[in-house]
Design a protein around this ligand. Structure first.
Ligand SMILES: [Zn+2]
Length: 98
């Protein structure tokens, strides 16, 4: 996880994200998604805006989770005595052993 999550607010995190390599990686990831679906790949500037928009939504969700706690869904595997926890809001996941 990148250092921009050390910032105190969503806005500060988003600003730091825009200067991080993660933005470039996300733009590449979006471009790959378009290509894999045989969709027309939008101009780079649009991909950039889309990546930032998605990141803002995720950061806002994450901030909610930080103040209210994750919305965890548990999927138990009784045979192995493990559970997978997954947060519907921010996508956080955890694998636990009982
Ligand atoms: Zn969460």
């Amino acid at each position: 996880m990148s250092g921009y999550l050390d910032q105190p607010t969503v806005e500060a995190r988003l600003a730091a994200y825009q200067e991080s390599e993660d933005l470039e990686l996300d733009i590449d990831r979006l471009r790959n998604e378009y290509q894999q679906n045989d969709w027309i790949v939008p101009p780079r500037e649009e991909l950039r805006e889309e990546a930032i928009k998605q990141q803002r939504e995720w950061l806002e969700n994450l901030a909610l989770c930080e103040t209210e706690g994750h919305l965890l869904e548990e999927t138990a595997d009784c045979e192995n005595g493990t559970s997978d926890l997954y947060c519907d809001r921010c996508g956080f996941s955890q694998h636990i052993q009982w």
